[in-house]
Ligand binder design. Structure first.
Ligand code: TXA
Ligand code: MG
Length: 316
């Protein structure tokens, strides 16, 4: 059920049930992070492999010591600067965090979500919330309560309504190796914004053999419809005659009668707006029984880098 009742959400979580919560990035599937019994239900509902660890959501940076230890100075700097916000830090874990949450790793991923509903819920709870995105493993992340309902229907007693997600793409994940920050997943905080605060950071965002963050798997967040990413949309249309084609475009519509449907992400060419709309447009295209989706490459700067990364993983 989709509801605005935070008390209902609290009661379910206190009873080791799982619920969906809104965040500024995407909706999450949340459980008491200290309860293996509750966290197990997330893996079962998402059909998520146990090797893929979860993000722990805390109510403020002041709570960090309860879940992490040996925090590098640069991590503290990032937490102070960007929390609440779309940045996840991977740090050495405290023993309070069960192995199930971290997939047996000695590190835990942590963030403070920047959404009034979830912050108010976290304030009222005695525990942090383990929450992956609220979608079946491998499919597109939800940016509205109705996307979540579309995936799980009444398997979830509580889907907390929090409106359309303001950012629309997952958090950016940073880990630390020898106290040096490393980007594990591109997300809705741009690398440029991070580097403005702490200087140059290295990236390790593609790794199919031993992913540090399984968001790194080359194929992820995929629509069910066969999808392509290209610099030359017109050319790709021309090599697929007599097909039902949907387009995912940045700014400008394409005049071509062979096209069934077009999603334009930002008429004004604003990458922040495009990021916010990306997943909803992918959900929309996926519902139209198209033969294929053709997505256009975005400018490779700021959030354009994150959008291209998501599109690369969603396409063949
Ligand atoms: O924006 C977000 O981050 C959303 C909202 C709900 O907060 N959550 C989200 O969770 O995207 P999920 O589970 O879909 O992605 C979490 C990513 C995974 O790729 C996982 O592998 C990585 O975080 N991760 C979690 N713990 C980790 C750890 N200890 N080391 C490295 N990566 C980790
Ligand atoms: Mg996810």
């Amino acid at each position: 059920m989709i509801t605005r009742d935070i008390n209902l959400a609290k009661r379910a979580l206190d009873n080791n049930e799982i619920i969906a919560i809104p965040t500024e990035t995407v909706y999450g599937l949340a459980a008491n992070a200290y309860s293996e019994k509750a966290v197990e239900k997330i893996f079962a509902l998402k059909e998520r492999p146990f090797y893929n660890p979860l993000i722990v959501h805390i109510k403020s940076a002041d709570f960090l010591d309860n879940v992490a230890r040996d925090i590098p100075d640069v991590a503290q700097t990032l937490a102070n600067e960007f929390w609440p916000g779309p940045l996840t830090l991977v740090l050495k874990k405290q023993s309070s965090i069960p192995d199930l949450v971290t997939a047996g790793k000695d590190t835990v991923a942590i963030r403070v979500p920047n959404h009034p509903v979830s912050l108010s819920l976290l304030e009222q709870l005695e525990f942090p919330l383990a929450a992956p995105s609220a979608n079946p493993f491998g499919s597109i992340s939800p940016t509205t309560a109705s996307h979540v309902y579309g995936y799980f229907a009444d398997d979830l007693d509580v889907i907390l309504e929090g409106g359309e997600c303001e950012k629309g793409l997952e958090s950016t994940i940073i880990g630390f190796e020898n106290n040096q920050p490393i980007v594990y997943r591109l997300g809705s905080l741009s690398i440029e914004d991070i580097e403005r605060k702490i200087g140059k950071v290295r990236s390790k965002t593609h790794d199919d053999t031993a992913p540090s963050a399984p968001g790194m798997l080359s194929r992820h967040y995929a629509p069910a419809t066969k999808s392509y990413l290209t610099d030359d949309v017109e050319k790709l249309i021309s090599v697929h005659p007599n097909k039902k084609i949907g387009l995912l475009l940045f700014q400008n519509e394409i005049k071509n009668s062979a096209v069934t449907h077009q999603e334009i992400l930002s008429k004004s060419g604003d990458l922040t707006e495009a990021a916010k709309k990306l997943y909803a447009a992918m959900h929309q295209l996926d519902k139209l029984n198209l033969d294929l989706i053709i997505a256009e490459k975005f400018p490779d700067v700021g959030l354009g880098k994150t959008i291209n990364d998501k599109l690369e993983r969603a396409t063949v």
